[in-house]
Ligand binder design. Structure first.
Ligand code: KG4
Ligand code: ZN
Length: 339
């Protein structure tokens, strides 16, 4: 089964053709670099750029896959959650292609896309497994009981991990998106220089990173004369990035190892933009090895938003005959089981 998928939930316009959920024939991502000067995604600009880029992105995805539209079995798109104007561009495009070429239309929850992203390259990854979606909008711990059967164990109560990376970058005057910037600066810093709090929250499987971000702000106010009017010295920025990154990594690793024990699941997968963080990948790989847990993480191109993961999630919906009658988009939505 070959699926053409479209992903436009935030600021990346992406289209992909994927065969049987795991064989990526093309995955085109057109990033909108306009937002970095605003320090965050401007929704109105994002939808305008999707509109400009969507047709050429879909055309490229089809061309690079070498698959004629007549050989495509279904059209999938991210329907929720996300920026509503951005989602609408993907929805209208997918609906139009499906209508003209008489194809099935499969709306996909964006989180579900992330969840299946590790299965693209890890052919032996099958449920049950624990999944941590760690992105700009989510830090969600989900038990994937089977394809289409989800049990949400915990989620972000305030700032998601990626959002905390973005906000700390902003506090330091670094570019958006903050995650890759903080990671870059952290390489030149000492992770033990500043002891930021680790928000373990042992009484719940939820996550909370806003306190950690605020701790960075208080630290800056305490140590930098005339902050935020005066710039943060280079070496201090590096140490803050490294120490903040270490606090996030330690918190996530500790919680995931505990969850694996508690729920007795020996397969762990992470996904979403923050999953491309090298320190997090290394720490989880090493702790998993010690605990005899099989650890799965996508390569960075499938961590950040991409349409291949949407096609992958759509494949399982098609395979198990979950054909939605409601193809509307929504800015927020629960991850619902469909089996
Ligand atoms: O999954 P994604 O592309 O979009 C959402 O669905 O949110 O994730 C974007 C988030 C941003 O907050 C970005 O700063 C973060 O992922 N991110 C990173 C890294 N690369 C992206 N965070 C930490 N380290 C990275 N290398
Ligand atoms: Zn995402």
């Amino acid at each position: 089964m070959k699926i053409l998928a479209i992903e436009t939930s935030c600021d990346d316009t992406s289209a992909a053709v994927v065969e049987n959920g795991r064989r990526v024939l093309s995955n085109v991502v057109c990033s909108q670099n306009v937002h970095s000067k605003f320090g965050g995604v401007v929704p109105e600009l994002a939808s305008r750029f999707h509109l400009e880029n969507i047709n050429s992105t879909v055309e490229r995805a089809l061309k690079e896959s070498g698959v004629d539209i007549s050989k495509i079995d279904a059209i999938a798109f991210s329907a929720s959650p996300g920026l509503i104007g951005s989602l609408l561009i993907g929805q209208i495009t997918a609906e139009t292609i499906a209508y003209i070429f008489k194809k099935k239309l499969i709306p996909v929850n964006h989180l579900e896309g992330h969840i299946y992203s590790p299965t693209i390259e890890h052919k032996n990854l099958r449920p049950p497994f624990l999944s941590l979606v760690v992105s700009g909008g989510h830090t969600d711990l989900i038990l994937i009981e089977d394809f289409g059967r989800y049990k949400i164990l915990g989620r972000s109560r305030d700032d998601a991990a990626g959002e905390a990376f973005d906000k700390v970058a902003k506090l330091l005057g670094l570019r958006y998106p903050g995650g890759p910037e903080v990671e870059k600066w952290a390489k030149r810093g000492d992770p033990n220089a500043i002891k930021f709090p680790r928000p373990f929250m042992y009484e719940t499987w939820d996550f909370s990173f806003s306190g950690l971000k605020t701790a960075v702000l208080y630290y800056l106010k305490k140590t930098v004369n005339d902050y935020p009017s005066s710039p943060v010295p280079y070496s201090l920025s590096c140490n803050i990035c490294a120490s903040f990154e270490a606090a996030v990594v330690e918190t996530l690793v500790e919680k995931l190892m505990l969850a694996s024990k508690k729920f007795n699941i020996k397969k762990l997968a992470i996904c979403g933009g923050v999953a491309s963080n090298k320190k997090l990948r290394e720490a989880l790989a090493s702790s998993s090895k010690k605990e005899k847990i099989r650890f799965f993480v996508p390569s960075p191109q499938y961590c950040t938003d991409n349409a291949a993961m949407i096609a992958s999630a759509a494949y399982y919906k098609l395979k198990y005959n979950c054909i939605a009658s409601d193809c509307s988009v929504s800015s927020s939505s629960e991850l619902l089981s469909w089996r």
